[in-house]
Design a protein around this ligand. Structure first.
Ligand SMILES: [Mn+2]
Length: 507
C-alpha cells in the first residue's frame, strides 16, 4: 500500500494500540502530520483502560506537541480509520467505528487484513514502516525535526536502544534521520521508574540455570522492555552464564531479550528460534530480542489459551523452557576440517545455470574509496578497487569478487538486472556519506561450467563451522541442505531450502 492511496479519504482517524508506547505514538504522529499537510481532516487517538502516564512518553508528547487524544469511542464512523503499530481485532486495540479500515504494522499478521494494509513483520518498528512509506511518497521527513525525532525514538525504544535491530531498513532510518539529540538524551534518562529498577532487582533473585549448556532463564514482572536488556546484560557478565533469556508478560504478549557470549550460540538466531510461528525475533550476534503475540500463542498452544491469567504464566514458562532446551539439544555441530561425512546418505546434484547481477565497483565510487555494502543479510565493509566487482544474487545478497574470477565463472548478458527484493541493496560511500542504490547500475550475467555437489536434506538443525571462517557458523534448519563439493569433501556448507530447490538438480 502507498500512503497516496489513502488520499482519497477526507476524514481520517489514526489509532494506535491501547497503552501506547513510543513506537505507536511516533508512527501515528508522523502519519498525522503527513495527512494534515495534504489538507485532510485528521485526528490521532488511542483507547483502553489507561491513559499515558510513563514519564518518557509524557515528555515525548509534550515536547513534540503530539496531538494524541484519549477516547472511549468516536461519535460517528470516520471515512477512514488507520491503525498503526497494531491490527484490527487484537485484544489491545479498542474497537472504534469506521467506514473503511487501513492497517500499518510491523508485527506478525494475527487475523484477516483489510485490503488497505502494509504489514512488514521483519522491521524493528512501526516507525520504520511509516518512515519508508513517507520516503516512497517523497515526504521530506528530515525537514521536520519533530517528526524525525518521534520516528527515531520509536525505533530506538522498540529495539532496546538499537541493540536488538537487524533489518537494513531499520539501520537506514537510524543513520539518516536528523533527530533532536538533546531531547533524545532527556528521554533516555527518564525512561525507567524506581519501581522498574526494583523489578530488575527482583528478577535477578530467581533464575533457572542449565549447567550442561551454561544458559539461564530469568522472568521479570511486567515492565518496560528496556529493563529486560538491562537484566540480560548484567546476567551475561556472570562467569557461569554463556547465554541467557529474560522475558516478561505484557497485555499484548511476551517481550524477551536474549544474550550470548560464545560462538556456538547466536543471540539473534536464538531469538528467532524462540519466536518461530509466535511472533518475531532478531538483532545482533551477541544481543537480540523479540516478541511473542498473545493471539499466536493461543493458536499454537491450546493450554495457553485455556489457562486463566495466573496459570497462563506457568504455561508460558514451560513453553519457553522447552523451546530453549530444544534449541540447545536438537542442533548438531559440524566442524568442516574434522568432519567425516557418510556419503551413502548424500545424493549427487548439479548446479543449474542461474542469472545473477553484477556492478563494477568503480561505476559507483572512485577507486580506493572505503565503502559499506548494505543488504538484507547484513553490512559488508570493503575498499572499492579498480578490479572489484559486486555480484548480486537472487535474494539480493551481495558478494565481492575480482574481475578475473568473475569472468571465469560467469558470462555477461546485455540485459539489466533488477529482481524484486524485500530490500534493495545499497552502497554507502564512507568518505562522504553518499548512499547509492546498486540495482539501477546492475547488469545480468549467467554462471558457466558445471559444478557438482553431494547434498542431503537436513532432518535436524546443524551449525557448520566451514573451513573459511573459524569464528562464525552457517546455520541450517531441518529442510535445508547440507552440501559438500565433489572435488573437495572438506568444503562443507549449508544451502537454504528454496535456493537449493531453485539452483540444483539431481544427477
Ligand atoms: Mn512497535
Amino acid at each position: 500500500m502507498k500512503l497516496s492511496e489513502l488520499l482519497q479519504f477526507q476524514e481520517i482517524v489514526i489509532q494506535c494500540h491501547d497503552n501506547p508506547d513510543a513506537d505507536a505514538i511516533g508512527s501515528g504522529f508522523a502519519l498525522y502530520r503527513y495527512f494534515l499537510d495534504q489538507g485532510k481532516q485528521v485526528r490521532f487517538v488511542y483507547g483502553g483502560r489507561n491513559r499515558i502516564t510513563k514519564s518518557n512518553l509524557v515528555l515525548l508528547v509534550s515536547e513534540l506537541q503530539i496531538p494524541i487524544e484519549y477516547v472511549e469511542t468516536l461519535d460517528h464512523a470516520p471515512e477512514l480509520l488507520l491503525l498503526t503499530d497494531c491490527q484490527y481485532g487484537e485484544s489491545n486495540v479498542t474497537k472504534l467505528p469506521m467506514q473503511t479500515l487501513a492497517v500499518i504494522d510491523h508485527h506478525q499478521v494475527s487475523g484477516k487484513l483489510p485490503e488497505l494494509s502494509e504489514v512488514r513483520s521483519n522491521l524493528g518498528s512501526a516507525s520504520t514502516v511509516v518512515w519508508s512509506m513517507l520516503m516512497d511518497v517523497q515526504y521530506p521527513v528530515n525537514r521536520h525535526e519533530d517528526i524525525a525525532t518521534a520516528l527515531y525514538y520509536g525505533l530506538y525504544t522498540d529495539t532496546n536502544a538499537f541493540v536488538e535491530l537487524s533489518h537494513p531498513m531499520d539501520k537506514d532510518l537510524q543513520e539518516t534521520v536528523y533527530h533532536d539529540k538533546y531531547l533524545l538524551t532527556r528521554l533516555r534518562n527518564s525512561n525507567l521508574s524506581l519501581e522498574e529498577l526494583q523489578i530488575a532487582g527482583v528478577a535477578m533473585l530467581k533464575y533457572e540455570y542449565y549447567e550442561k549448556h551454561r544458559y539461564a532463564i530469568f522472568k521479570a514482572d511486567p515492565c518496560d522492555p528496556n529493563i529486560l536488556g538491562l537484566i540480560s546484560d548484567t546476567c551475561l557478565s556472570v562467569d557461569a552464564i554463556d547465554a541467557c533469556l529474560v522475558y516478561s508478560m505484557t497485555p499484548q504478549g511476551v517481550k524477551f531479550s536474549t544474550r550470548s557470549c560464545i560462538r556456538e550460540v547466536r543471540a539473534n538466531e536464538l531469538a528467532a528460534y524462540l519466536a518461530e510461528d509466535l511472533g518475531g525475533g532478531g538483532g545482533h550476534l551477541d544481543k537480540a530480542g523479540g516478541f511473542l503475540q498473545n493471539d499466536l500463542l493461543k493458536a499454537a498452544y491450546p493450554n495457553y489459551a485455556e489457562a486463566d491469567t495466573r496459570h497462563r504464566e506457568y504455561v508460558l514458562t514451560t513453553i519457553l523452557r522447552d523451546r530453549m532446551s530444544a534449541y540447545f539439544e536438537s542442533t548438531d555441530i559440524i566442524i568442516a576440517e574434522k568432519a567425516k561425512l557418510d556419503l551413502n546418505e548424500f545424493a549427487l546434484y548439479e548446479k543449474q545455470p542461474v542469472e545473477v547481477g553484477f556492478v563494477k565497483a568503480t561505476d559507483l565510487v572512485e577507486a580506493g574509496t572505503n565503502i559499506l555494502v548494505r543488504t538484507l543479510e547484513g553490512d559488508i565493509n570493503l575498499v572499492a578497487e579498480d578490479e572489484s566487482y559486486l555480484m548480486i544474487g537472487i535474494r539480493g545478497e551481495v558478494y565481492p569478487t575480482i574481475k578475473s574470477a568473475m569472468e571465469k565463472r560467469y558470462r555477461k548478458l546485455e540485459t539489466p538486472y533488477h529482481p524484486t527484493l524485500e530490500y534493495d541493496p545499497i552502497v554507502v560511500n564512507k568518505e562522504n556519506g553518499a548512499r547509492i542504490s546498486l540495482l539501477p547500475k546492475a547488469q545480468g550475467c549467467v554462471t558457466v561450467g558445471n559444478v557438482e555437489i553431494y547434498a542431503r536434506e537436513l532432518t535436524r538443525a546443524v551449525k557448520v563451522f566451514t573451513r573459511w571462517d573459524r569464528d562464525n557458523y552457517m546455520y541450517g534448519k531441518p529442510g535445508d541442505y547440507l552440501a559438500t563439493r565433489v572435488d573437495d569433501l572438506t568444503d562443507i556448507y549449508v544451502i537454504e531450502k528454496t535456493i537449493f530447490q531453485e539452483t540444483y538438480r539431481k544427477r
